[in-house]
Design a binder for this molecule. Structure first.
Ligand code: DX5
Ligand code: ZN
Length: 217
């Protein structure tokens, strides 16, 4: 059974509680929260107060994606705010192994995100320490972009690497996921799909989450 993680970035910020309740009552499994700092990515989204507020409303685990430089400065703060998964970018982490241990020591699942240009082979020596790998299938920073097709090959390659060492690492794909491409991404070896625009620009977001879930079976 695949995991669907709707992205709060595309929700209505004036009605976050309503949108989170809709996600709670849908076929979704996680709630994806995109934190952007205007430095690692050319956009600023939201930070700790919104994560803490979302935690109060969400019945699902908070899947927190940090698109920020020096993420290690904030691990404790995100743990306190209620993050269940904390995902850092490989490109923003000089001491990735240490960061993964710190995140886990704070009781969260530890994730690593890869930009579209970053090969999955760079994870070889740390894969056994990672709970979730987030393959970016768009350049991070904005919702509503088109899926980069090459990401499918990266998912398949990573699937082989994970299976080869018998790890339980989950593969999550983020960016440009649609009801149409969900099945192909899962077939390539992904376990979890993030979806922002596809869910929130649809006439019936809850139904769209259901359709994603069925397509991703
Ligand atoms: C992009 C974010 C994504 C974003 C996905 O920088 O990391 O999580 O919300 O949005 P869609 O599904 O609209 O591409
Ligand atoms: Zn994200």
């Amino acid at each position: 059974m695949s995991i669907i993680s709707p992205s709060l970035l595309s929700a209505d910020f004036l009605h976050l509680e309503r949108d989170i309740n809709m996600i709670n009552d849908s076929a979704a499994n996680w709630l994806h929260c995109d934190v952007m700092d205007g430095r690692f990515v050319p956009n600023i989204s939201f930070g700790l107060p919104i994560i803490a507020a979302a935690k109060k409303a969400s019945k699902l685990p908070l899947d927190v994606h940090l698109m920020i430089v020096e993420p290690e400065k904030y691990f404790e703060a995100f743990a306190k705010a209620g993050a269940d998964h904390l995902i850092v970018h490989l490109e923003a982490s000089t001491h990735l192994h240490r960061s993964l241990q710190s995140i886990k020591a704070l009781g969260m699942k530890a994730g690593v995100a890869l930009n579209p240009h970053t090969p999955v082979s760079l994870l070889q020596d740390v894969l056994m320490d990672i709970d979730i790998v987030l393959i970016m299938s768009v350049n991070p920073g904005f919702g509503g972009q088109s899926f980069i097709e090459h990401s499918i090959k990266k998912v398949a390659e990573l699937r082989q690497m994970v299976d080869a060492i018998g790890a339980s690492t989950l593969i999550e794909v983020d960016g440009g996921v649609t009801v149409e491409n969900a099945a192909a991404i899962i077939k390539a070896g992904a376990d979890a799909l993030v979806a922002g625009n596809t869910v929130f620009s649809s006439a019936d977001p809850s139904k769209t989450i259901q359709l994603l879930s069925e397509a991703a079976k």
